[in-house]
Structure formats: C-alpha cells, structure tokens
Design a protein around this ligand. Sequence first.
Ligand code: NAI
Length: 318
Amino acid sequence: MDLKNVNLIGNVGAGTMGHATALQFAMHGYPVNLFDQDSASLDRGIVTIQHDLATFDRAGLLAEEPATILERIHPTTDLQTAFAHADFIIESITENLDVKRTVWQAIEQVIQPNTIMATNTSGLDPTALQSGLAHPERFVVAHFWNPAQLMPLVEVVPGQATDTATVDLTVHLMNHIGKHAVPLKKASLGFVGNRIQLAVLREALHIVDQGIATPEAVDDIIKYSLGRRWSLVGPIASADLGGLDVFTNISSYLYQDLANDTGTDPVLQAKVQAGELGLKSGHGFYNWTGAAGQQLVAQRDADLLALLKADHDTENPS
Ligand code: NAI
C-alpha cells in the first residue's frame, strides 16, 4: 500500500495516548474514526483534543481553524463503523497482551484486505501480539512518546512476521503527519528509547544510593550537559566527535564500576513499598505536595511546544 491509498484512519482508544494520535492525523488532513469501548472515555478524549487544539492555535501551529480539524474526528463505540473502511489503524488501549490480542482479532474480522494495523504498545512483543492474526504481515508497532501531541519520535518496530512494506508505509505515514519516525531492524524488550532511558535511570539511582550525589544534583548534571548535547548530537555520534580512543579508554576503567543489577530496581522498589510513587502520591525522590508538580509539567509542555514551533518555523519559512 502507498501513502496515497491511506484515506481514512481508525484510532483505537481515546485516552492519554489515543486522543493525541487521533489529533495528529486530523491536523494533517485525515478523517479519523475514534473508537473506544467506553463512551465516557470518548467524551473525555474529545475535550482533551479541544484543549490541545486551542493550545496549538495560540502557538500559531494550525494551518486551519480548530473547528475544521475537530470535525474530521468521528467518535464511536461501534467496531464495524470505526474500522470497516479504515486504511490505517493505530491502537492505544490497555497495556496487556491478552486485551490487545483480543481487540486486534475482533478488528481484523471487519477490516479491508490491505488495512495496516499498528499498535502503540510501550513494550509488548509485536511477534506475540501478531501471532493470533490471520494477516500478521500487516501488523507493526508505532510507539509514540508521551505527550504524543508534543514529542516528535515514533519508533516503528516489526514483529517476526511483519512485512518490510508495512514498516515502510508506517514510517512514511508517521513522517507525513509531522512525526519523526525511526524504524528498528527488529524487536527488542523496551525497543530502543526505553532501553536507554532505563539504563540511564539505573545508573542515576545507583549514584544516589551510593551517596555520590543527591537526586537534585544528578538531574541538574543531566539537564545542563548530556540533556542539551543529546538533543543535538546523539551518544554514538558524540563518541565519534570525542574520539573513539578516548571512549575506549574510559570504558576500560568505568564499565566495571557501573550499576549492573538485573532484577527489579532495589531503590525504586523501596520507594514503592513506602508508598512513595512520585507526583501521583505527593512524594517520590522529591516532595510534590502543592502545585510544584503541575507547574513543572506545564513548564515542560510549554518548552516542548516552543521546540515544536521552532521545528515548524524551520520547515515552513515565511
Ligand atoms: P489510557 O488508560 O489513558 O487510555 C486507554 C483507553 O483505552 C481508555 O480510554 C479505555 O477506555 C480504552 N480501552 C481499554 N480497553 C479497551 C478495549 N478493549 N477496547 C476499546 N477501548 C479500550 O492509556 P494510555 O496511557 O493512553 O496507554 C495506551 C497504550 O499506549 C498502552 O499500550 C501504553 O503502554 C501505551 N503508551 C503509553 C504511554 C504513556 O506514557 N501513557 C507512552 C507510550 C505508549
């Protein structure tokens, strides 16, 4: 299937991720059938979409009136209505293998012969997800990052039975709707982004646990060094720039001292056992009682929006 054959999007799930994927397609001209099993979730999803549209409008990021974009999104709780004519389906429902497999098998009963089926799983194995399907070759992972209306990356991950054409079409489509799609050669636990995020987190928590630095110090060190650099030049190109002889040398004495636990993280587990879950419980490594957490999220999203605007202005010079 070519990009020009993609005319209608089916979107499964209207929650944190699903509302944002529906909006992303609608903002780029696609009609979207937004399906959820729960009509209250659909209502909430539409309200969130309206809120995001207003934010994008204020930032000058919309090529059309918000109402025109919203009209392209058709909420429904009926599977047949949602997917019978869809050319590309993106699913963001509960992160559970059995739930996802059941829903995809039901969807496959009503779709056309060429429809591409994409799941926004955070890390379930695409080979396991596609194994119950009659046409696993048209099934792929399209892993967006939260908040999906603001973060550019989509990891496109094939299962063992996925066709190359399915990966290619998904990459083209994601780029066409303004995302930055990166295909992986094959699936791995955590794909790539979460493998690296967790490797960094394991070491950051080890540093705190060893009394080397406070959580605040670790976060500042990343924000003012690697965080800035990696948004411009990734870790592998950075090693090239620094000299591979230098990095070889550092690895020779440093790797042996780095965290290498293989089980559940002991520092995180202790926090969870103490009821300290972070922002949602008011305490984690920081104190989140009061408005500080919401303010941090709002500031982060405002800064992400500014970066999106800068990307948009570079791509659309006046
Ligand atoms: P959510 O809980 O906000 O939304 C899930 C939605 O799916 C709800 O509206 C629910 O009513 C609906 N739903 C559940 N089961 C359903 C079914 N059987 N049929 C139809 N609708 C159903 O969840 P969220 O955070 O949007 O996550 C969805 C998926 O996206 C998960 O696989 C998650 O791992 C993945 N993801 C989540 C990220 C995050 O940071 N929240 C980041 C990247 C991926």
